[in-house]
Write a protein that binds this ligand. Structure first.
Ligand SMILES: Cc1cc2nc3c(=O)[nH]c(=O)nc-3n(C[C@H](O)[C@H](O)[C@H](O)COP(=O)(O)OP(=O)(O)OC[C@H]3O[C@@H](n4cnc5c(N)ncnc54)[C@H](O)[C@@H]3O)c2cc1C
Length: 499
C-alpha cells in the first residue's frame, strides 16, 4: 500500500482504454491536447498529498495497517470525519484554481453501495465492498461514478416494453459462474475517461419488473466492452484572450457504453435485489449533494471576487444599489458555506457510515442551484455591457486600436483598462455566465426536482413533529409538560447521528 505520485497516476491512465473525442479515438488521454488539461485537473488530488502543509488533510492513516491512504478511502464515522472531507474538497478546489480535482469525490457512489450492503446485512456484499475498498487503498486508485442512465422515454420504467429498446438503463444480460455481463449506457459521467475505476449503480428506484436493472458494480474503465464518448470542453483560452500565467483547469464528461461488459462476482454489489436500488442511489445522493455544494463554493468565491473587483474598478462599489447586490452575493456564498457544514454536523448514520444530513444536504444543493441564476443576473448587472461587448486582446495588441482601448476603457483613476478587460474576460471564461456552469448548477448531482423531492421525502418525520408543536401551541391539541419536553427533545435529536 503506497500513495501514488501524480506522475504514477497519469501513467496509470495509459491502459488501452477506449475513449473518443470530437470524432476520433483518443490514443492516449494523458497526451491528447484537449484531454491533457482534464488529466492535470484530476492529478491535483495526488499532488495535494505531496504538499507538506496539506498532508494531514489529504492523507490519513489506515486503521489496520497504519499505512498512509487518501482521506477519501476512510469511511466517515461521524460529523468530524465529514467536516474533514468537506475541508479537503474545498481546499483542493481552491488550490486547483477553483476546480475540484474530482479524482476521488465519487467515492460517494461506492459508499452508497457500502451502505446498501451493510443495511441489507448481506454477507457476500459486505465482504465484496470491504475487499474492494482494500483494492482502492492498496492501489491508490481514482474513481468515477456512473449513475445517470440514458433513460429513453422518461415516463416509462426501465423494463417497460414500450421503451424503444430494453437497454436505456444498464442491465444484466447474462449471469455465470464467474460473474455477470452488463449492457446499456450511462451519460454525463464526469472524468471517467481519465480515472482508473468506475462505480456503476442504478439511477432510480426499481420495481419487480425491473429486476435485471437493479445492478451495481465496480469496473476498471479499460474493461473490454467499455466505450466512452467524451465531449469537447471549452478551453477558456485563445489567441484573442489576454494571456494568463495560471493553468487552465477543467473537466469533461462522457457517454459510457457498456457493450456486454463482463464483471466478476467479487465486484458486483447489487444484482437483482430491486427493493434495494433506491437505498443505494439515495444514500449516494445524500453524500453527493454535500459534495456538490462544497466544490461549488470555490467557484462562487471567485465569482464574488471578480464582481467586487469590477464594481471597485467602475467606481460604483459604494453606491447603495451595488452594495445591496453585493450583500446578496455575500448572503448566497455564506449560506452555501454554512449549509454545507451544517449537513456534516447534523449527520446521520446509515449502515454504520456517517452520511451528511439528508434534508440539509438537499437544502444546500437546492439553495445554491435554485438561486444561481439570480446570482448571474446580479453579476451581469454589476459588470455592465463590457462583459460581452469588450474588444479582444488582439485589438489590444493592434496599435491602431489598442491605444484607444487603453484610453477609453479605463474606470476609476487608479484602474487600468487592462484590469477591467481581464476581469470581464475571467467572468466570461470561468463557466459562470449562461454557459457550462448554468447547466451544471441545475443538473449536476441531480436536477432541482430531484433535490426537492428528496428534501420533502426525508423531511416527512420532521414535518409531523413540527405539526405537533404547532397544534399544541395553537391550542388545537393538548399534551402534558412531560410530553412537551419529550417533543422538544425529539426536535433536538433530528440528525445528530440518528439511525
Ligand atoms: C456537468 C454535469 C456533470 C454530471 N456528472 C455526473 C456524473 O459524474 N455521474 C452521473 O451519474 N451523472 C452525472 N450528471 C448527471 C446529472 O445527475 C443529470 O444530468 C441529472 O440527474 C438530470 O438527468 P438528465 O440530464 O438525464 O435530464 P432528464 O432526466 O432528461 O431531465 C430533464 C427534465 O425532465 C424532468 N423529468 C425527467 N424525468 C421525469 C419524469 N419521469 N417525470 C417528471 N419530470 C421528469 C427533470 O426533473 C428535468 O427537469 C452530470 C450532469 C452534468 C450536467
Amino acid at each position: 500500500m503506497a500513495l501514488k505520485t501524480p506522475k504514477e497516476f497519469i501513467e496509470s491512465l495509459r491502459d488501452g482504454r477506449v475513449v473518443y473525442l470530437d470524432g476520433e479515438r483518443v490514443e492516449d488521454v494523458t497526451t491528447h491536447p484537449k484531454m491533457k488539461v482534464a488529466v492535470e485537473t484530476a492529478a491535483f488530488d495526488y499532488e495535494m498529498a505531496e504538499m507538506t502543509e496539506y498532508y494531514d488533510l489529504a492523507v490519513v492513516e489506515d486503521e489496520k495497517t497504519k499505512e498512509p491512504l487518501s482521506r477519501y478511502f476512510h469511511r466517515p464515522k461521524n460529523g468530524e470525519d465529514l467536516l474533514k472531507r468537506h475541508e479537503l474538497m474545498l481546499t483542493a478546489s481552491r488550490l486547483n484554481y477553483t476546480t475540484t480535482p474530482f479524482a476521488r469525490e465519487m467515492i460517494d457512489s461506492f459508499n452508497g453501495c457500502a451502505v446498501n450492503a451493510y443495511t441489507m446485512g448481506n454477507k457476500d456484499y459486505i465482504e465484496r465492498v470491504d475487499a474492494y475498498l482494500e483494492h482502492l487503498k492498496k492501489n491508490d486508485l481514482s474513481l468515477a461514478g456512473a449513475i445517470t442512465d440514458v433513460k429513453g422515454d422518461r415516463s416509462l420504467r426501465p423494463g417497460d416494453p414500450k421503451q424503444g429498446h430494453p437497454d436505456y438503463y444498464v442491465r444484466v444480460v447474462d449471469k455465470g459462474k464467474d460473474g455477470i455481463v452488463v449492457r446499456g449506457a450511462k451519460m454525463h459521467i464526469t472524468a471517467s475517461p481519465y480515472l482508473n475505476e468506475m462505480i456503476v449503480m442504478p439511477s432510480r428506484n426499481m420495481t419487480e419488473a425491473d429486476v435485471d436493472y437493479a445492478v451495481a458494480f465496480a469496473t476498471p474503465v479499460n474493461a473490454k466492452g467499455i466505450i466512452q464518448i467524451a465531449h469537447p470542453f471549452d478551453w477558456h483560452r485563445g489567441s484573442a484572450d489576454f494571456p494568463l500565467d495560471v493553468p487552465v483547469r477543467s473537466h469533461t464528461d462522457a457517454v459510457v457504453v457498456f457493450d456486454d461488459v463482463f464483471v466478476p462476482w467479487e465486484r458486483v454489489f447489487l444484482c437483482g435485489e430491486w427493493q434495494q436500488a433506491a437505498t443505494a442511489v439515495y444514500n449516494f445522493a445524500y453524500m453527493h449533494r454535500h459534495t456538490a455544494v462544497t466544490y461549488h463554493i470555490a467557484w462562487v468565491e471567485l465569482i464574488v471576487g471578480l464582481t467586487q473587483a469590477i464594481a471597485e474598478y467602475n467606481g460604483a462599489s459604494r453606491a447603495p444599489n451595488i452594495r445591496e447586490q453585493m450583500t446578496e452575493l455575500v448572503y448566497y456564498l455564506n449560506s452555501m458555506k454554512s449549509l454545507a457544514r451544517a449537513s456534516c454536523m447534523d449527520y446521520v448514520k446509515h449502515g454504520g457510515i456517517a452520511i451528511p444530513n439528508p434534508v440539509t444536504a438537499n437544502v444546500a444543493k437546492y439553495f445554491y442551484a435554485n438561486n444561481y441564476n439570480n446570482v448571474v443576473k446580479i453579476v451581469e448587472d454589476i459588470c455592465g455591457g463590457i462583459l460581452t461587448t469588450a474588444p479582444t486582446y488582439a485589438d489590444w495588441q493592434n496599435e491602431e486600436t489598442g491605444k484607444f482601448m487603453e484610453k477609453y476603457l479605463g474606470g476609476k483613476a487608479d484602474t487600468t483598462a487592462e484590469a477591467r478587460l481581464r476581469v470581464a474576460q475571467a467572468l466570461r471564461h470561468y463557466p459562470c455566465l449562461g454557459t457550462e456552469l448554468d447547466v451544471n448548477n441545475i443538473h449536476a448531482e441531480g436536477s432541482l426536482m430531484a433535490a426537492r423531492m428528496t428534501m420533502f421525502g426525508e423531511a416527512r418525520k420532521d414535518l409531523q413533529l413540527y405539526k405537533q408543536l404547532g397544534e399544541y401551541l395553537a391550542g388545537v391539541t393538548k399534551m402534558s409538560w412531560e410530553e412537551y419536553v419529550q417533543l422538544c427533545n425529539e426536535l433536538g435529536k433530528l440528525g445528530h447521528g440518528s439511525e
